[in-house]
Design a protein around this ligand. Sequence first.
Ligand code: UDP
Ligand code: MG
Length: 333
Amino acid sequence: MNQHTQTCFETSYDKTLTIVIPVFNEQDVLPEFYRRISNVLNSISMYSEILFINDGSWDSSLNVLNQLKTNDQRVAIIDLSRNFGKEIALTAGLDYAAGDIVVVIDADLQDPPELIPDLINGIKSGYDVVYAQRHSRAGETSLKKFTAAVFYRIIQKLGRTTLPADTGDFRALSRRAVNALKEIREQHRFMKGLFSWIGFPQKSIGYERDARYAGNTKFNYWRLWNFSLEGITSHSSAPLKVATYIGFLIALAAFLYAIFVLVKTLLFGDPVKGYPSLAILILFLGGVQLIFIGMIGEYLGRTYNESKRRPLYFINKFYSSSLFNKVQAEKHS
Ligand code: UDP
Ligand code: MG
């Protein structure tokens, strides 16, 4: 009819469910994760699939997953061609999810699968995104808790879309929310930001965050720092404005200082002094300029990457679930 039909989503019905789990070197956790998610799925009567995305693991995660798959028709596996990072792994999962409701959850059991029925009820009562908001972060160092808190406060202040504090990616999505997310194809993606960017009615449910069941976190501080940069630069251009303001302040200070020097010279003559202050000024300005060139570089680099329009990921092999097959068959009939 017109161009707008593409982005006009209808409210979905809610009979089928996909659980999306990004997996990167989680061989020790997967059996226990599967046991718990399986119990939860057995307790809710929905036709469901458990979609694991193997994000280039180099341990035996893929073998473990294949084993699970041979015993359970609900299991689906996307085996990515290499490690693309959690955000891209999630994207692949959302692309291939066949369910009317999609739940995103970490493999390490930090997000309790037992909360899933509550999340799903939220979707069934008309919300499009129901996210789990943690009250505590067991097993995480106070430094990590502190840095996480600071990051959320900063991004809250900078961005135009509000990002709920203390939420991971653990959440349930309606079909129209998933379809909306599938239209966003940017390379530099910060899923948490995108989840709230799409809008639609959203709601939170509180829970206690557990410690990792086994294995180690895949995010060291360097990776978290880069992740924060991604979050900030892909959701706000405010840092670029900071450059303007600081530049303005420094120029003003320099101007006042120049007047001071002028007056001083007129009144008291000019005994040759002031090399130290000169050196300080030059170094200071040089430093400030480098900082802001770097800041512009961050954005420029991202623009460059987006402009290449590469596909977001490649799939080595896709092992479908019975739900996926059924949905495909219905589409083609
Ligand atoms: N993960 C991934 N690709 C990566 C890093 C992590 O798919 O490059 C997955 C990981 O297997 C887990 C989830 O993302 O299911 C969260 O990772 P992790 O627990 O290490 O992060 P944290 O909870 O410490 O933020
Ligand atoms: Mg974790």
